[in-house]
Write a protein that binds this ligand. Structure first.
Ligand SMILES: NC(=O)c1ccc[n+]([C@@H]2O[C@H](COP(=O)([O-])OP(=O)(O)OC[C@H]3O[C@@H](n4cnc5c(N)ncnc54)[C@H](O)[C@@H]3O)[C@@H](O)[C@H]2O)c1
Length: 317
């Protein structure tokens, strides 16, 4: 299969590129390299994968690249992923996360692609959910422009499914962790914890650490994306496929995560985690019900947290 992965030089994207190449697909990563790194693709490029350095905000340029590549499936992961930055500059966030998605949909449609899979978000769309684990039927209450933009991007995907021959799937990811997540980046608490433990530094916990997240291993997320890309999708134009939650369905508090990371790192001699002031506006509990992905894609998160943490910590060596 010919596939394009936008955001393919990033954390999840480069893991997806590797998996596509491993099963024999012809893969091109399209990435502006604003956050992604060419080194993430070293193995893929050596194995015949390609990298096109392009900004998804350049609709005409993206169209030319897709016309040349003629992908059958497009995995659209390129995004402005920093929630705080989306609050500071919502218009810039929307340009990448909404307009960039529209450009990817247009380029996919005009180049004859069969399917587009969007990396959307669970926690940032549901906000402070009443039901935990949260099903897809829960109200959408984004607390920041990032979640609102992803919700809009999902809407455009649904619209393209309704109006064009392109079928789409939106996957609402939980908190993804694993090798290649940037320990110096925003939001990736597992990467940050593992990075600090590698450097012999104490962990920092915002507030009392009772806030929970649904940590899902990147290998499991890649598996969900492959399944979503291979699926035919709904061709019933009045009833396109709804977004699917992709999470482990297991709530882990930040305190529990800190203890598990210290155990994995074998660092019990380090001083205990330091508590700093809670961040205002942070969601307290977040956990996704992935029952629909189990039924629709035959997918479940199969990697135990401890195994995923061990792989993440080992990759930082
Ligand atoms: N990591 C998570 O926990 C998580 C959770 C929910 C959703 N997601 C979504 O998954 C996707 C991948 O996230 P990630 O964690 O791998 O982040 P990442 O920052 O590692 O990857 C994003 C990639 O997109 C590229 N990019 C950014 N703006 C671009 C632009 N204008 N044009 C082209 N490329 C651009 C970056 O260079 C980077 O390589 C994103 O869409 C994100 O919103 C991630």
């Amino acid at each position: 299969m010919r596939a394009v992965v936008t955001g393919g030089a990033g954390f999840i994207g480069s893991n997806l590129v590797d998996a596509l190449i491993a099963r024999g697909d012809e893969v091109t990563a399209c990435d502006s390299l604003v956050a992604g790194r060419r080194e993430n693709l070293a193995g893929a490029l050596a194995a015949g994968g390609r990298l096109e350095t392009i900004d998804v905000c350049d609709g005409a340029g993206l169209g030319r690249v897709f016309d040349e590549l003629k992908p059958e499936v497009v995995f659209h992961l390129a995004a402005q992923v920093d929630v705080r930055r989306s609050v500071e500059d919502p218009a810039a966030d929307a340009r990448t996360n909404i307009e960039g998605t529209i450009n990817a949909l247009q380029a996919a449609r005009t180049s004859g692609a069969r399917r587009l899979v969007l990396a959307s978000t669970g926690g940032a769309i549901y906000g402070d959910a009443d039901t935990i684990p949260t099903p897809e039927s829960a109200p959408e209450r984004p607390l920041a422009p990032y979640g609102q933009a992803k919700l809009a991007a999902e809407g455009y995907c649904r619209m393209w499914s309704e109006l064009c021959g392109l079928t789409t799937a939106a996957l609402r990811l939980a908190n993804v962790y694993g090798p290649r997540q940037d320990p110096a980046g925003e939001g990736g608490v597992v990467a940050i914890f593992c990075g600090r433990l590698r450097a012999g530094m104490p962990l920092l916990i915002y507030g009392d650490g009772s806030q929970t997240r649904d940590f899902v291993y990147v290998g499991d997320v890649v598996d969900a994306m492959l399944r979503a890309g291979d699926a035919n999708g709904h061709r019933d134009q009045r009833n396109p496929a709804p977004p699917l939650n992709i999470g482990a369905g297991r709530e882990t508090s930040v305190l529990q995560l800190a203890a598990a990371c210290r155990e994995v790192a074998g660092a019990p001699e380090l001083p205990p985690p330091l508590h700093v002031r809670a961040r205002p506006g942070e969601v307290h509990r977040s956990c996704l019900d992935a029952g629909a992905a189990r039924a629709g894609l035959g997918w479940t998160a199969s990697t135990p947290l401890w195994d995923g943490l061990a792989a993440t910590y080992a990759a930082l060596a």
